[in-house]
Design a protein around this ligand. Sequence first.
Ligand code: 13P
Length: 260
Amino acid sequence: MARTSLMAGNWKMNLNHVEATGLVQKLAWTLADAKYDPALSEAAVIVPFTDIRTVQTLVEGDKLPLKFGAQDVSVHASGAYTGEVSADMLAKLNCSYVVVGHSERREYHGETDELIGAKAKVVFEAGMTPIICCGEVLEIRKQGTHVEHVLGQVEDCLAPLTAEQVAASVIAYEPVWAIGTGEVATPEDAQEVCGAIRGYVTDTFGAAAGEAVRIQYGGSVKASNVVEIMAQPDVDGALVGGASLNADEFAKIVMYYAAG
Ligand code: 13P
Protein backbone atom coordinates (compact mmCIF):
# COMPACT_ATOMS: atom_id res chain seq x y z
CA MET A 1 0.00 0.00 0.00
CA ALA A 2 1.38 3.41 -0.95
CA ARG A 3 2.22 5.73 1.92
CA THR A 4 0.60 9.18 1.90
CA SER A 5 3.30 11.80 2.31
CA LEU A 6 3.13 14.12 5.31
CA MET A 7 4.32 17.71 5.16
CA ALA A 8 4.42 19.08 8.69
CA GLY A 9 5.26 22.68 9.46
CA ASN A 10 6.99 23.00 12.83
CA TRP A 11 6.46 26.63 13.78
CA LYS A 12 8.74 26.26 16.84
CA MET A 13 8.36 29.24 19.22
CA ASN A 14 6.91 31.59 16.63
CA LEU A 15 3.50 33.26 16.13
CA ASN A 16 1.01 34.08 18.88
CA HIS A 17 -2.59 32.92 18.48
CA VAL A 18 -3.61 36.06 16.58
CA GLU A 19 -0.73 35.65 14.13
CA ALA A 20 -1.55 31.94 13.88
CA THR A 21 -5.02 32.82 12.58
CA GLY A 22 -3.49 34.91 9.79
CA LEU A 23 -1.06 32.22 8.69
CA VAL A 24 -3.57 29.36 8.77
CA GLN A 25 -6.13 31.37 6.78
CA LYS A 26 -3.56 32.42 4.19
CA LEU A 27 -2.28 28.86 3.92
CA ALA A 28 -5.82 27.53 3.42
CA TRP A 29 -6.62 30.11 0.72
CA THR A 30 -3.35 29.48 -1.07
CA LEU A 31 -3.90 25.73 -1.08
CA ALA A 32 -7.49 26.12 -2.23
CA ASP A 33 -6.44 28.43 -5.10
CA ALA A 34 -3.85 25.88 -6.17
CA LYS A 35 -6.44 23.06 -6.04
CA TYR A 36 -4.64 21.16 -3.31
CA ASP A 37 -5.59 17.49 -3.02
CA PRO A 38 -5.04 16.19 0.54
CA ALA A 39 -5.16 12.61 -0.75
CA LEU A 40 -1.84 13.24 -2.51
CA SER A 41 0.00 14.95 0.35
CA GLU A 42 -1.15 15.46 3.91
CA ALA A 43 -0.49 18.91 5.42
CA ALA A 44 -0.10 19.63 9.13
CA VAL A 45 0.86 22.60 11.27
CA ILE A 46 2.72 21.90 14.50
CA VAL A 47 2.09 24.97 16.60
CA PRO A 48 2.87 26.40 20.05
CA PHE A 49 0.51 25.16 22.81
CA THR A 50 -1.09 28.61 23.08
CA ASP A 51 -2.14 28.49 19.40
CA ILE A 52 -3.75 25.06 19.36
CA ARG A 53 -7.27 26.03 20.42
CA THR A 54 -7.36 28.83 17.84
CA VAL A 55 -6.07 26.60 15.05
CA GLN A 56 -8.55 23.88 16.03
CA THR A 57 -11.45 26.34 15.84
CA LEU A 58 -10.38 27.56 12.40
CA VAL A 59 -9.71 24.11 10.94
CA GLU A 60 -12.89 22.55 12.28
CA GLY A 61 -15.12 25.60 11.80
CA ASP A 62 -14.09 26.16 8.19
CA LYS A 63 -13.41 22.48 7.41
CA LEU A 64 -9.88 23.27 6.25
CA PRO A 65 -7.85 20.40 4.76
CA LEU A 66 -5.19 20.73 7.46
CA LYS A 67 -4.15 18.62 10.40
CA PHE A 68 -2.58 20.20 13.46
CA GLY A 69 -0.54 19.17 16.43
CA ALA A 70 1.83 20.04 19.26
CA GLN A 71 5.60 20.32 19.54
CA ASP A 72 6.03 18.39 22.78
CA VAL A 73 4.05 16.60 25.50
CA SER A 74 4.51 15.57 29.11
CA VAL A 75 5.31 11.94 29.76
CA HIS A 76 3.07 12.15 32.85
CA ALA A 77 -0.69 11.69 32.78
CA SER A 78 -1.58 14.43 35.29
CA GLY A 79 -0.52 15.89 38.61
CA ALA A 80 2.12 18.15 40.10
CA TYR A 81 4.18 18.88 36.96
CA THR A 82 4.15 22.65 36.73
CA GLY A 83 4.32 23.96 33.20
CA GLU A 84 3.67 20.63 31.48
CA VAL A 85 0.84 19.67 29.13
CA SER A 86 -0.56 16.14 29.03
CA ALA A 87 -1.36 13.95 26.05
CA ASP A 88 -5.04 13.83 27.09
CA MET A 89 -5.17 17.64 27.03
CA LEU A 90 -3.80 17.63 23.48
CA ALA A 91 -6.14 14.84 22.39
CA LYS A 92 -9.10 16.84 23.75
CA LEU A 93 -8.10 19.63 21.34
CA ASN A 94 -8.22 17.09 18.50
CA CYS A 95 -4.50 17.24 17.78
CA SER A 96 -3.54 14.61 15.22
CA TYR A 97 0.21 14.76 15.74
CA VAL A 98 2.68 15.42 18.54
CA VAL A 99 6.37 15.95 17.81
CA VAL A 100 8.55 14.17 20.36
CA GLY A 101 12.31 14.37 20.75
CA HIS A 102 13.01 17.33 18.50
CA SER A 103 16.76 18.05 18.54
CA GLU A 104 16.02 21.38 20.26
CA ARG A 105 14.32 19.48 23.11
CA ARG A 106 17.23 17.05 23.24
CA GLU A 107 19.78 19.89 23.31
CA TYR A 108 18.12 22.47 25.56
CA HIS A 109 16.09 20.18 27.81
CA GLY A 110 18.32 17.12 28.00
CA GLU A 111 15.71 14.76 26.56
CA THR A 112 16.94 11.20 26.18
CA ASP A 113 15.87 8.49 23.74
CA GLU A 114 14.22 6.63 26.64
CA LEU A 115 12.12 9.66 27.59
CA ILE A 116 11.24 10.27 23.94
CA GLY A 117 10.09 6.65 23.52
CA ALA A 118 7.94 6.99 26.65
CA LYS A 119 6.42 10.19 25.24
CA ALA A 120 5.67 8.45 21.92
CA LYS A 121 3.85 5.76 23.92
CA VAL A 122 1.64 8.24 25.80
CA VAL A 123 0.83 10.00 22.53
CA PHE A 124 -0.45 6.71 21.07
CA GLU A 125 -2.34 5.86 24.25
CA ALA A 126 -4.18 9.19 23.95
CA GLY A 127 -5.17 8.37 20.35
CA MET A 128 -2.73 10.64 18.49
CA THR A 129 0.31 9.98 16.29
CA PRO A 130 3.85 10.83 17.40
CA ILE A 131 6.38 12.37 15.04
CA ILE A 132 9.52 10.88 16.56
CA CYS A 133 12.65 12.91 15.80
CA CYS A 134 16.17 11.64 15.39
CA GLY A 135 19.34 12.93 13.78
CA GLU A 136 23.07 13.34 14.26
CA VAL A 137 25.17 16.38 15.13
CA LEU A 138 27.91 17.56 12.77
CA GLU A 139 30.71 15.86 14.72
CA ILE A 140 29.10 12.44 14.24
CA ARG A 141 28.50 13.13 10.55
CA LYS A 142 32.18 14.03 10.14
CA GLN A 143 33.20 10.77 11.84
CA GLY A 144 31.03 8.89 9.33
CA THR A 145 29.07 7.06 12.05
CA HIS A 146 25.76 8.84 11.42
CA VAL A 147 23.83 5.75 10.29
CA GLU A 148 24.71 3.70 13.38
CA HIS A 149 24.12 6.73 15.60
CA VAL A 150 20.63 7.41 14.22
CA LEU A 151 19.67 3.72 14.29
CA GLY A 152 20.70 3.66 17.96
CA GLN A 153 18.35 6.58 18.65
CA VAL A 154 15.55 4.92 16.69
CA GLU A 155 16.05 1.60 18.51
CA ASP A 156 15.67 3.24 21.93
CA CYS A 157 12.80 5.53 20.91
CA LEU A 158 10.77 2.69 19.37
CA ALA A 159 11.50 0.14 22.11
CA PRO A 160 8.31 0.78 24.14
CA LEU A 161 6.04 0.59 21.07
CA THR A 162 4.17 -2.38 19.61
CA ALA A 163 4.68 -3.33 15.94
CA GLU A 164 1.25 -1.81 15.17
CA GLN A 165 2.25 1.44 16.84
CA VAL A 166 5.55 1.53 14.96
CA ALA A 167 3.66 0.98 11.71
CA ALA A 168 1.44 3.98 12.51
CA SER A 169 4.36 6.20 13.61
CA VAL A 170 6.03 9.04 11.80
CA ILE A 171 9.82 9.14 12.20
CA ALA A 172 11.54 12.42 11.30
CA TYR A 173 15.22 12.26 10.38
CA GLU A 174 16.63 15.71 10.98
CA PRO A 175 20.42 16.02 10.81
CA VAL A 176 21.13 18.69 13.42
CA TRP A 177 23.73 20.39 11.22
CA ALA A 178 21.06 21.04 8.58
CA ILE A 179 18.47 22.62 10.91
CA GLY A 180 18.02 26.35 10.47
CA THR A 181 21.46 26.62 8.87
CA GLY A 182 20.50 26.73 5.20
CA GLU A 183 22.74 23.67 4.92
CA VAL A 184 20.54 20.97 3.42
CA ALA A 185 21.51 17.33 3.30
CA THR A 186 21.72 16.05 -0.26
CA PRO A 187 18.81 13.87 -1.37
CA GLU A 188 21.25 10.93 -1.25
CA ASP A 189 22.19 11.78 2.36
CA ALA A 190 18.51 11.85 3.28
CA GLN A 191 17.86 8.56 1.50
CA GLU A 192 20.85 6.84 3.09
CA VAL A 193 19.54 7.38 6.62
CA CYS A 194 15.81 7.13 5.87
CA GLY A 195 16.45 3.85 4.02
CA ALA A 196 18.47 2.52 6.96
CA ILE A 197 15.66 3.46 9.36
CA ARG A 198 13.11 1.59 7.24
CA GLY A 199 15.46 -1.39 7.10
CA TYR A 200 15.75 -1.37 10.88
CA VAL A 201 11.96 -1.17 11.32
CA THR A 202 11.45 -4.04 8.84
CA ASP A 203 14.04 -6.24 10.56
CA THR A 204 12.78 -5.49 14.08
CA PHE A 205 9.02 -5.05 13.73
CA GLY A 206 8.25 -6.91 10.51
CA ALA A 207 7.65 -6.19 6.84
CA ALA A 208 4.21 -4.65 7.39
CA ALA A 209 5.61 -2.09 9.83
CA GLY A 210 8.51 -1.31 7.50
CA GLU A 211 6.12 -0.76 4.61
CA ALA A 212 3.74 1.43 6.59
CA VAL A 213 5.96 3.63 8.78
CA ARG A 214 6.29 7.13 7.38
CA ILE A 215 9.77 8.64 7.45
CA GLN A 216 10.28 12.36 7.02
CA TYR A 217 13.39 14.36 6.28
CA GLY A 218 13.87 17.71 8.03
CA GLY A 219 16.52 20.40 7.82
CA SER A 220 16.33 23.52 5.62
CA VAL A 221 13.58 22.08 3.43
CA LYS A 222 12.28 24.71 0.99
CA ALA A 223 10.08 24.81 -2.10
CA SER A 224 13.27 24.83 -4.19
CA ASN A 225 14.67 21.56 -2.80
CA VAL A 226 11.61 19.57 -1.72
CA VAL A 227 10.95 17.85 -5.05
CA GLU A 228 14.35 16.14 -5.24
CA ILE A 229 14.16 15.14 -1.58
CA MET A 230 10.67 13.67 -2.07
CA ALA A 231 11.91 11.71 -5.10
CA GLN A 232 13.86 9.44 -2.74
CA PRO A 233 12.13 6.09 -2.20
CA ASP A 234 12.27 6.07 1.59
CA VAL A 235 11.40 9.73 2.20
CA ASP A 236 7.68 10.11 2.88
CA GLY A 237 7.50 13.75 3.79
CA ALA A 238 9.21 16.68 5.42
CA LEU A 239 9.35 18.32 8.82
CA VAL A 240 9.72 21.97 7.90
CA GLY A 241 10.85 24.76 10.22
CA GLY A 242 11.53 28.24 8.87
CA ALA A 243 9.85 27.75 5.50
CA SER A 244 6.56 26.77 7.18
CA LEU A 245 6.15 30.32 8.53
CA ASN A 246 5.49 31.60 5.02
CA ALA A 247 2.13 30.50 3.59
CA ASP A 248 3.17 30.64 -0.09
CA GLU A 249 6.38 28.74 0.53
CA PHE A 250 4.76 26.08 2.73
CA ALA A 251 1.88 25.64 0.26
CA LYS A 252 4.44 24.92 -2.45
CA ILE A 253 6.14 22.38 -0.21
CA VAL A 254 2.81 20.68 0.56
CA MET A 255 2.03 20.60 -3.17
CA TYR A 256 5.47 19.31 -4.20
CA TYR A 257 3.64 16.68 -6.26
CA ALA A 258 2.35 19.38 -8.64
CA ALA A 259 5.75 21.01 -9.28
CA GLY A 260 7.43 21.03 -12.64
P1 13P B 1 14.44 24.34 9.35
O1 13P B 1 13.50 23.89 8.26
O2 13P B 1 14.23 25.79 9.75
O3 13P B 1 15.86 24.00 9.04
O4 13P B 1 14.04 23.51 10.66
C1 13P B 1 13.95 22.13 10.57
C2 13P B 1 13.32 21.64 11.83
O5 13P B 1 13.93 21.62 12.88
C3 13P B 1 11.92 21.21 11.76
O6 13P B 1 11.55 20.54 12.92
